[in-house]
Design a protein around this ligand. Structure first.
Ligand code: NAI
Length: 645
């Protein structure tokens, strides 16, 4: 694989005595561009795009791309393009000397004409591999900075690092030796498992777009209804981002708040967000697509689809759905951005429950790619298709999921967060837990994440579930082990970054610093409850946090809440900072080995019999009993499980 037949072909083209001109129309990515780089000249259509995106699939451009591109563009541009995999326009390619000429007409005709015009010229300078690689005087500093940047961003992914190493070879070695190095590095990437994870992810993303609902209703491109006019109700953190995202997708939006002051503040914030976004993208801000209103009845009367993002309060949402059902058009879709509430309960408030679905965005909603489209027992396939289609228009990765508390993402997060708290009770520190998770590749460890999203937010959810009970010290709630640590922090007014104190301290910055107060607090907490701190190793932290999350993923598959492991993995990669090069929790489980995961869960459950989440899921046991098939075979076993039920 590392020496694709492309390489000798490119060498033969480059060695030819007649000028060979590449004509680029559409897209020339990866091997296509590498082939063009072997030609003596390149002519591109002005709408063409080029790039070397191999790094995004855990690989590097191994048909000479890492050796030729820097010889053509210089090292800084090649480093940027190859380590990010960015696609560039024909105009930028011309600026970087990747192409020699642009045309607005047929690239083939222009290339033929060009070949004729240069027929008499020497080709010596046109054989890129024979050129020296231009090195700036501070080349070592350049590579040092590039390496530092990719290591910081890569969170353990090895392909970007290998790309820098291949370019180092281009700078330091003659072409033929550089090619050897390129080949060696590619072989390492190919056998690493990370490339497999990234390629799995690439296909998983496509698979989830062809969603299905248990009961047989399937994706059907003819089903989505066209949506032109939308309304967003509640313009807090989420409503603002959703409004921006809708307007940026070209939809008209009525943005609704009940009171004047929050409406004014929201308008200001949304305008700023749209202006900044438009500036970044070099387009005009879509300000005209948004109208602001305090009058719900008038605002929603003629819209095709409503997304509500008011406070997470079930009675408020129930009342709002009754109102919406009374004043909207009878065929308007009613969507909720709730993080966990029962979609069926909300649908019951409407005269048309079949038009009610969850559209669960993630904060900040104009940035985060994930959208969980939650179908209730009455939601019609048309409603799901419409929400999925709208999500796609908004540039989101939509995943259709079933209705249960927390849906897929938040439901799996619960046992993971809980393990973090239990580990603190047993002797760990927030820093230890976060370091282990960040080393694994998460963008943020669970305590830093909790400080960022707000300890008060989690407390409100637990209060709603009857778990957080002020003044109660018990470590058993609703018959299960429970850690009140987060509740105690809330009661101290430590809400996280917003109050400058949480699991860490923040002194006028976002940098999380360990807080001696917290360590004293944990010691007192343990002493009062007769808990003896023990030394907890990193492996235990990783296994307990990840394996409980994975175990819940198996339960979700068993219950048919997610259609397949790919759905869960896409949710975790796009919404929860799971490192892409590890595929997603379910793919990762397959990589670790299902037998090992089962064994470790059994081990931890023996040590903590009162922790329900550690009890291995039946589906996991069945998969192990069936010889731990690879992840793409799980659906068959899940299907059999469902047909037996
Ligand atoms: P928020 O507290 O920032 O905003 C809620 C907004 O709704 C406030 O501006 C409030 O004035 C407005 N509001 C309340 N009642 C209203 C009514 N009857 N009509 C019009 N506006 C009304 O809350 P946030 O964080 O934006 O959450 C909104 C929803 O999104 C909740 O259901 C939450 O669970 C969900 N969600 C929140 C996420 C987050 O990270 N904050 C992530 C995903 C979902």
């Amino acid at each position: 694989m590392t020496g694709p037949p492309l390489v000798p072909m490119i060498h033969a083209i480059e060695a030819a005595n007649k000028p060979v001109v590449a004509a680029i129309e559409g897209i020339a990515l990866g091997g296509g561009l590498e082939l063009a780089l072997g030609c003596h000249y390149r002519v591109a259509h002005s709408k063409a795009k080029v790039g070397l995106p191999e790094v995004t699939l855990g690989l590097l451009p191994a048909a000479g791309g890492t050796q030729r591109l820097p010889r053509l563009t210089g090292l800084p541009a090649a480093l940027e393009l190859i380590t990010t995999g960015r696609h560039i326009t024909a105009a930028e390619a011309l600026e970087l000397s990747i192409v020699d000429r642009l045309t607005d007409h047929s690239a083939v005709d222009a290339a033929v004409k060009f070949a004729v015009s240069v027929a008499e010229q020497s080709l010596d300078a046109c054989r890129i591999s024979t050129r020296p690689c231009p090195c700036p005087p501070d080349v070592n500093a350049l590579f040092e900075a590039a390496m530092q940047k990719v290591r910081q961003k890569a969170r353990g992914a090895i392909a970007p690092v290998a790309c820098v190493q291949a370019l180092q070879a281009a700078a330091a070695l003659p072409y033929a030796q550089g090619m050897e190095r390129e080949k060696e590095l590619m072989a390492t990437l190919f056998t690493s498992g990370q490339a497999r994870a990234l390629q799995y992810n690439f296909f998983a993303q496509r698979a989830v777009a062809r969603w299905s609902m248990p009961g047989g209703a399937r994706w059907d491109s003819s089903r989505p209804k066209p949506i032109c006019k939308t309304a967003v109700i509640g313009l807090g953190t989420m409503g603002r981002g959703i409004t921006v995202s809708l307007a940026q997708a070209g939809l008209s939006v009525v943005a609704v708040e009940v009171q004047e002051k929050p409406l004014k503040e929201a308008k200001q914030a949304i305008t700023g967000m749209l202006r900044r976004g438009a500036k970044r993208r070099g387009v005009a801000p879509a300000l005209d697509l948004i109208t602001y209103s305090q009058n719900l009845r008038a605002a929603v009367a003629d819209v095709d689809l409503v997304i509500e993002a008011v406070f997470e309060d079930v009675d408020l949402k129930k009342q709002l759905f009754q109102q919406l059902s009374a004043v909207c058009k009878p065929d308007a879709f009613l969507c909720t951005n709730t993080s966990a509430l029962d979609i069926d309960l909300l649908a019951l408030q409407s005269r048309h429950p079949e038009l009610v679905v969850g559209m669960h965005f993630f904060a900040p909603a104009h940035v985060m790619k994930l959208l969980e489209v939650v179908y209730g027992s009455r939601s019609s396939p048309e409603a799901v298709a419409t929400a999925m289609n709208l999500g796609k228009k908004m540039g989101k990765v939509g995943v259709a999921v079933g209705n249960c508390r927390g849906f897929v993402g938040n439901r799996m997060l619960k046992p993971y967060l809980e393990q973090g708290l239990f580990l603190l009770e047993e002797g760990a520190t927030p820093k230890l837990v976060d370091e282990v998770l960040e080393e694994f590749g998460f963008a943020m460890g669970l305590f830093r994440m909790s400080d960022l999203s707000g300890i008060d937010v989690g407390w409100r959810v637990r209060k709603g579930e009857g778990l957080a009970q002020p003044g109660t010290a018990s470590r058993v709630r609703q018959g299960r082990r429970y850690s009140p640590l987060g509740d105690l922090l809330y009661e101290q007014g430590r809400f996280g970054q917003k109050t400058g104190r949480g699991w860490y301290q923040y002194d006028n910055s976002r940098e999380a610093r360990p807080d001696p107060w917290l360590h004293r607090f944990l010691e007192e907490y343990r002493a009062r409850r007769g808990l003896v701190a023990r030394r907890i190793d990193r492996q235990e932290v990783l296994e307990r946090c990840l394996y409980t999350l994975i175990n819940e993923g198996f339960r979700i598959l068993e219950e048919g809440i997610a259609a397949g492991p790919e759905d869960i993995d896409v949710i975790y990669v796009f919404g929860y900072g799971w490192p892409k090069h590890r595929g997603g929790p379910m793919f990762y489980a397959g990589m670790v080995g299902l037998t090992k995961i089962l064994g470790r869960l059994e081990h931890y459950q023996k040590a903590h019999p009162d922790v329900l989440y550690l009890q291995p899921c039946g589906l996991l046991r069945r998969l192990v009993a069936s010889g731990s098939p690879p992840v793409h075979k799980w659906r068959e076993i899940i299907k059999k499980t469902h047909s037996h039920l």
